[in-house]
Design a protein around this ligand. Structure first.
Ligand code: GDP
Length: 702
């Protein structure tokens, strides 16, 4: 028997533009859900802010990958029927981490999108919104910071309608704004709630303060009801006949429409002033899906690639996705996972179907705001963490060994920026490797490599800031002293034509000789075509036993291209001829011969440098348009589209720009636009570098 009814579970993320208030909203959610007093009562000696201070000192669990909390809707008493379990899955807010946002969207069922009530929709909120669309994540919105000078609920709401979705609907309207903000009307129920108490954290129902306000609310309610009944034919017919539709029924229709991504309820408040977050929690319970509202999860059978699916049920075979590996200062390495089907027991063995390894599940932990709870089992729809998995990385599937499945993979883009990093002392050397390994287990977009020739360590990631944060964590959390080079673009190389070449490695002076001899052909594969090795050796001119060695030689040689030493990609290599020697041939000789042949063939096949091209979106007030586009052009940018963004006289420029030209762009855009421009960017594709630029790169001038 499950420990908690699955229909009362909500797995949600809080998504926001950086600075919109995600941390504050999360803190308030944990406060309201973590403290068991009813809203309206003040606990002696414990205030919201005290609680937060303590949390900070404790080293905050709110930054955990997932935190579990419980919520009883406003006005209800706690019981088995009213209590809901809300798992909050962390989503990062910075542009360098869009991959992380995508990763977390994969495991959550619904999201609360937070906006700044002064700025309304910001560029990053748009990017995240599109990702959420891509993953079909149902959403509710929270317009935060209504207490700030210049805040406007209506303007922010309109910016959502215009820039994100016409399906947004107001669930509330505020009583006052800026420092006059003191209450809200719940439009569905036409009830007025005032925020009281020293900290504004108490919600008290009261009379609607004025007739004018009531009229305004009634008009807004009519609009809301109309938008809701549109999603149910019967209700629509009754509504048109002038019948009153019950609140219960409206809520049901709205719930379904929200889950189907047809409507987006919007709430308002001020997290900092403790106003309104409680209603958002009610919204999460009322309108966001539970795990059973989602369809069965899809995957493939690792044995034969056939499609499989798993129902969100405890009776189905166990299947879960590891979505975050994190190092916890108290318990060590934690692997967070979401169970899609079946039950996982502590002490059992599972299959990591992504790698083929068996793993033993030791402790299972549920992270809460104030503590960690050891649990014996996790059920379908649940989220928990386990300690001590050895070979499971972010994105891997864990499943029942007798019913293997690989859940739809999270696809991570290739890192585009790298830098050299050098330990300060011998003692730092070992600590550094350990720290980097841990950090790369946590983050699949972060990679480590050793330069064969110089023995230096090279780390790569998604952006300047991404690597900065990793280096900083390595220094602070793992106490590693290191010197760090300048960030470099991760160029690649490829070939434009087909060519062949011979590789011979023959040593026959004294003792046992060496003999390896091959002919290879290289062919271009098209961008993104990857690497392919074809063995076309006929009638044993090279014995079968040496072919894997030749392939290994080719693969190793690909690491260092022929133009400037960047990895060679997107090519097909065919081993089609060669000779051998009865006595002297060896694996090592064929490996070296193949590597030599590859280098030579690549040189003959018109090699070119490839560079990462970024998709860049710049948003600026229109008076800076000329200068901004001029600047993008000088960065070899291709402007693809320009559009208006009302109501703020803003222009949006969509462009494709080489990454190498985007270093320090944050500073440029600020000074170009008197601090008012913003931008975001993500990796788009690799493209050939123009010859004049390639020359600079080869000479090491870029
Ligand atoms: P995050 O970057 O999205 O996590 O945002 P934070 O929660 O850290 O908030 C950014 C800043 O906005 C902080 O200085 C907060 O104190 C402030 N802030 C958050 N919510 C509110 C609010 O409702 N009203 C006001 N005035 N400030 C807020």
């Amino acid at each position: 028997m499950s420990d908690f009814p699955i229909e009362k579970i909500r797995n949600i993320g809080i998504i926001a533009h950086i600075d919109a208030g995600k941390t504050t909203v999360t803190e308030r959610v944990l406060f309201y859900t973590g403290v068991s007093h009813k809203i309206g009562e003040v606990h002696e000696g414990e205030t919201v802010t005290d609680w937060m201070e303590q949390e900070r000192e404790r080293g905050i669990t709110i930054t955990a990958a997932a935190v579990t909390s419980y919520w009883v809707p406003i006005g209800m008493t706690k019981s088995k029927d009213t209590e809901h379990r809300i798992n909050i899955i962390d989503t990062p807010g910075h542009i360098d981490f869009t991959v992380e946002v995508k990763r977390s969207l994969r495991v959550l069922d619904g999201a609360v999108v937070v906006f700044d009530g002064v700025a309304g929709v910001e560029p990053q909120s748009e990017t995240n919104w599109r990702y959420a669309d891509e993953y079909g994540v149902p959403r509710i919105c929270f317009i935060n910071k209504l207490d700030r000078l210049g805040a406007s609920f209506e303007r922010s709401f309109i910016s959502i309608l215009e820039r994100l979705t016409p399906n947004a609907i107001r669930m509330q309207i505020p009583d006052g704004e800026e420092n006059q903000f003191q209450g809200v009307i719940n439009l569905l129920e036409m009830k007025y709630f005032k925020f009281e108490g020293e900290l504004g954290e108490r919600v008290v129902e009261a009379e609607i303060p004025s007739e004018e306000f009531r009229k305004h609310a009634e008009a807004a309610r009519a609009e809301l009801v109309e938008k809701i009944v549109e999603h149910n034919d019967e209700a629509m017919a009754e509504y048109l006949e002038g019948k009153e539709i019950s609140i219960e029924r409206l809520k049901q229709i709205l719930r379904k429409a929200t889950i189907d991504n047809k409507l987006v309820p919007v709430f308002v408040g001020s997290a900092l002033r403790n106003k309104g977050v409680q209603f958002v929690l009610d919204g999460v319970v009322d309108y966001l899906p539970s795990p059973i509202d989602k369809s069965a999860v899809r995957g493939i059978d690792p044995k034969n690639g056939n499609e499989l699916s798993r129902e969100p049920s405890d009776d189905a075979p166990f299947a879960a996705l590891a979505f975050k590996v994190a190092t916890d200062p108290f318990v060590g390495q934690l692997t967070f996972f979401r169970v899609y089907s079946g039950v996982l027991n502590a002490g059992s063995y599972v299959l990591n179907s992504s790698t083929g390894n068996q793993e033993r599940i030791g402790r299972i932990l549920r992270m809460r705001a104030n503590d960690r709870e050891d649990i014996k089992e996790v059920y379908a729809g649940g989220i928990a963490a386990t300690v001590g998995l050895k070979a499971t990385k972010t994105g891997d599937t864990l499943c029942d060994p007798n019913n293997p499945i690989i859940l739809e993979k999270i696809i991570f883009p290739e890192p585009v920026i790298s830098l050299r990093i050098e330990p300060k002392t011998k003692a730092d050397q070992e600590k550094m490797s350990l720290a980097l390994k841990k950090l790369s287990d946590e983050d699949p977009t972060f990679r480590i490599k050793t330069d064969e020739e110089t023995a230096e360590t090279i780390i790569s990631g998604m952006g300047e800031l991404h690597l900065e944060i990793i280096v900083d964590r390595m220094k602070r959390e793992f106490n590693v002293g290191a010197n760090v080079g300048r960030p470099q673009v991760a160029y690649k190389e490829t070939v434009r034509e087909t060519a062949q070449a011979e590789g011979k490695y023959i040593r026959q002076s004294g003792g046992r000789g060496q003999y390896g001899h091959v002919w290879l052909r290289v062919e271009p594969q098209g961008r993104g075509g990857g690497f392919e090795f074809v063995d076309a050796i006929k009638s044993g001119v090279i014995p079968q036993e040496f072919i894997p060695a030749a392939e290994k030689g080719v693969r190793e040689a690909l690491d260092k291209g022929v133009i400037a030493g960047y990895p060679l990609v997107d090519l097909k290599v065919t081993l089609y001829d060669g000779t051998y020697h009865e006595v002297d041939s060896s694996e090592i000789a064929f490996k070296i011969a193949a590597a030599m042949a590859l280098q030579e063939a690549a040189k003959r096949a018109k090699p070119v440098l490839l560079e990462p091209i970024m998709k860049v979106e710049v948003i600026i007030p229109d008076k800076f348009l000329g200068e901004t586009t001029g600047d993008l052009n000088s960065r070899r940018g291709r402007i693809e589209q320009m559009s208006d963004r009302s109501p703020l006289n803003l222009k949006v420029i969509d462009a494709k720009v080489p990454l190498s030209e985007m270093f320090g762009y944050a500073t440029t855009i600020r000074s170009l636009s008197e601090g008012r421009g913003t931008y975001n960017m993500e990796f788009d594709h690799y493209e050939e570098v123009p010859q004049n630029v390639a020359n600079l790169i080869i000479e090491g001038k870029k």
